[in-house]
Design a binder for this molecule. Structure first.
Ligand SMILES: [Fe+2]
Ligand SMILES: [Fe+2]
Length: 358
């Protein structure tokens, strides 16, 4: 996928670099999809909703929000040790994930321009927002002496192909979980300003409203395609994507526990709050959501996180590769078993609660 980059503002970063994020299954990826299927999407079931969303996006509430104020004009030596490492990791992964959204939305918008202009216009404005987010994060990375060469990243990274239905499910979920991640940190720091070690966190409130709007747009797209919610196959896929996104979140939060602790947050509680709220929100779009209140739900997710930590410890050891692989096998089997058991927990039926099915 070749992306147009005119929406990426110049970064003030002093040292542009290749991504130094350690690649794992949890590293944010770049995606491409079936553009033909996207062009042919019939949006008539949600036409009015999407037109209203386009108008809201054109209003551009955050046009002047992502401007660095005087609180950024200082040195950053006081952020050091584990806090600095954890913060840099947070910035890098968040920047990659915002930039990944920009690339996908921009390319979809470009490809749909003639055949699906409403969707093309909306996606173009979503790309605008994600470019601002990525650039803003990249500038804070620049302050710490590390920044991505974002235009170069578009060529150097590989792209993962997702069918359009997967893109609709996963973008919806990642926008909504993004909203809950940012707003939970913001609300916590409002109550405990003594933990706010960087001015970036002041921007999270309006920032996450962008993600919320993006999520609402993808909710309308999911609801515009009845095959994505009115049959048993859709229900199975939805459960799969909810579990994948929640498991990835749980593992990532555990990996970055230092970062959340430096903000005075309990990583376990933060993880639960974000997952429960995202799951609750997803009732608006999906035919089923997971039963996060089931007594086995979080303990099994916790075991997946424990296994991930064990796998990393094996990877770091100096043992021969073959021995590492053998040692990893039972841990991987345990994670797979936990995920299967989680998937088997009876979900909550949202269509039944909605009353009538369109
Ligand atoms: Fe974003
Ligand atoms: Fe977004």
């Amino acid at each position: 996928m070749v992306a147009s980059l005119q929406n990426i503002p110049e970064t003030a970063a002093p040292a542009a670099s290749e991504p130094r994020v350690q690649e794992t299954v949890l590293t944010p990826r770049f995606y491409t999809t079936n553009f033909e299927a996207a062009a042919e999407m019939d949006l008539s079931l949600q036409q009015a909703e999407l037109e209203a969303m386009l108008e809201e996006m054109q209003t551009d509430y955050n046009r002047y929000h992502f401007v660095r104020n005087e609180s950024f004009d200082r040195t950053w030596e006081d952020i050091d040790g584990d806090t600095r490492a954890a913060f840099v990791d947070f910035l890098e992964r968040s920047c990659m994930s915002e930039f990944s959204g920009f690339l996908l939305f921009k390319e979809l918008s470009r490809k749909l321009k003639r055949r699906n202009p409403l969707l093309s216009d909306i996606l173009n404005l979503m790309a605008r927002d994600e470019a601002r987010h990525a650039s803003f994060l990249n500038k804070s990375m620049g302050d710490l002496g590390i920044a991505f060469d974002l235009p170069h990243l578009t060529k150097s990274r590989t792209y993962t192909y997702f069918p359009l239905s997967w893109v609709l499910y996963t973008v919806y979920l990642s926008e909504k979980i993004g909203y809950w991640r940012y707003i939970t940190i913001f609300r916590h720091l409002e109550k405990h300003p003594e933990h706010k070690f960087h001015p970036l966190f002041d921007y999270f409130n309006s920032w996450c409203q962008d993600e919320n709007r993006h999520g609402d747009i993808f909710k309308a797209l999911v609801r515009s395609q009845p095959r994505l919610w009115n049959n048993w196959r859709a229900r199975l896929w939805v459960r799969f994507f909810l579990l994948s996104v929640f498991a990835t979140h749980a593992l990532t939060v555990r990996e970055r526990a230092d970062f959340y602790e430096s903000l005075g947050l309990d990583p376990v509680e933060y993880d639960r709050e974000v997952i429960c709220q995202t799951n609750k929100t997803a009732k608006g779009a999906f035919p089923v959501v997971l039963n996060t209140g089931h007594p086995e739900f979080f303990p099994r997710l916790q075991r997946c996180s424990d296994n991930n930590v064990k796998m990393q410890a094996i990877d770091r050891s100096s043992q021969p590769k073959l021995l590492k692989s053998i040692r990893k096998l039972p841990v991987m089997a345990s994670t797979l078993w936990q995920l299967l058991r989680l998937y088997a927990i009876a979900p909550i039926d949202c269509e039944a609660m909605r009353g009538t099915v369109a």
